[in-house]
Design a protein around this ligand. Sequence first.
Ligand SMILES: [Zn+2]
Ligand SMILES: [Zn+2]
Length: 177
Amino acid sequence: MLLDLNRLHGQREHFERRFEPSAFDPQDEDYRLATPVEVLLDVEKAGKDAYRVTGRATTRLELQCGRCLEDFLLPVDASFELCYVPAIDLAAEPEREIAEDDLTTSFYREGSLDVIELLREQFQLALPMKPLCTEACRGLCPSCGANLDRTECGCRPAWEDPRLAPLKGLLKPEKEN
Ligand SMILES: [Zn+2]
Ligand SMILES: [Zn+2]
């Protein structure tokens, strides 16, 4: 969805939208939208070419657990405050610099704000570094691949605490006494 900034009525406009997952096709690889996206958006003129965009997006993303590889749902409730300025051609205006630490600055092109693109960025920000179905997920058995959250496979743990190794030696029966 493109929002035509030239057609804003007055200084501030409020939008409420619902986007079906299909509005995001092709979807990003890192997640799948499991439910529609509910969006509240306030767009406000903030200077000559700049617009302040505040809003909130809620949905649920389906992710794959990094340990057990099962899919799970991540609720997303993202609030954002962004400043939109016209996209600039850096080659044409080399003297104009963008502060790299200013993460809240976004760009619009040809007078239009791409709401789908805005939402994609919010979803990316909401993704965990390491997606886990639960913090306590035990993952897959390294020997047989069984999902240890669902079953006890009976394999011996392959890993032994090296701090316990000396103790093991102490427990060995002595040959000579
Ligand atoms: Zn898991
Ligand atoms: Zn196993």
